[in-house]
Design a protein around this ligand. Structure first.
Ligand SMILES: CC(C)(COP(=O)(O)OP(=O)(O)OC[C@H]1O[C@@H](n2cnc3c(N)ncnc32)[C@H](O)[C@@H]1OP(=O)(O)O)[C@@H](O)C(=O)NCCC(=O)NCCS
Length: 136
């Protein structure tokens, strides 16, 4: 699993007890996962369908640096399933784990459409994957 995005825990990320607010972390994960899915499926129209049990293993506090890891575990016909782990970058202690995040590949009308992918790709996407996002 590659840990791409890092976050530095700031006062606005805390709950009233002074540790990282779970809702804030879930919002970061949802964004991290959708970016991963967009890249893997080469399609900007991807939505969150299902998130399995979330295990908040340990807390994070102000000043901690955390990192988020996502990896694809299954390519369905229109869906992609991923696993997520968040850990403290310095101590490597696990903060959260989610076994299954399922995202669905959509067409421009919002209907599920086969993505045709079967395995993780590491290649960088080109702008050709996103014709309607090109400038000019
Ligand atoms: C995403 C959406 C278009 C899918 O519609 P749908 O009628 O469920 O579509 P399907 O039944 O064809 O399922 C699509 C894929 O999701 C998978 N899926 C559906 N329900 C699932 C569930 N509960 N758990 C895991 N996977 C599921 C299906 O297996 C299928 O994958 P596959 O093609 O790889 O086999 C629709 O559910 C939707 O618009 N949901 C809201 C999405 C959203 O707004 N997300 C943001 C929430 S804040």
């Amino acid at each position: 699993m590659n840990f791409h995005t890092r976050k530095w825990i700031k006062p606005e990320d805390l709950n009233p007890n002074g540790s990282l607010f779970g809702g804030r972390l879930l919002s970061w994960i949802d964004e991290e996962a959708v970016i991963y899915a967009i890249v893997q499926l080469s399609n900007p129209y991807v939505v969150t369908k299902y998130i399995s049990e979330i295990n908040f293993v340990s807390s994070a506090k102000q000043g901690d640096i955390i990192e988020m890891g996502i990896t694809a575990t299954h390519f369905g016909t229109t869906s992609i399933t991923m696993r997520c782990e968040v850990r403290n970058k310095i101590t490597r202690k696990t903060i959260l784990s989610i076994d299954k995040l399922v995202f669905v590949n959509l067409d421009e009308e919002g209907n599920p459409v086969p993505h045709g992918k079967t395995e993780i790709t590491y290649a960088y996407m080109s702008i050709d994957s996103f014709p309607d996002r090109q400038q000019g």
